[in-house]
Design a protein. Sequence first.
Length: 127
Amino acid sequence: MAREIIATDMAPQAIGTYSQAVKVGSSVYLSGQIPLIPETMEMVDGDMEAQIIRVFDNLSAVAKAAGGDLNDIVKLNVFLTDLSHFPLVNEVMARYFSQPYPARAAIGVASLPKAAGVEMDAVMALD
């Protein structure tokens, strides 16, 4: 099955040896996004809510470039350096997703690239 590499300037460029997303058939595998501003590749200013919003905006841009949107995500992984922020993830996520919500995991981690407090990756299914 052919692979299609997904890339957009509307999300941060890869800062390593990976693609923003890879489409295989009707499945799209979105790489982890941290709260980088695409235009500057700098971390977003602000609190944890601002970081979570920026991550969802970045994921949304990659999903759009692949021909879908966040509601096409079937699996979302959330990585947090402080799991006490999980209720805030739920609150912000409700602004971006409609029911039925994707399957999801929340994982506490010691650290993330560029000292981010949150990172998310996803799997998207397109019709």
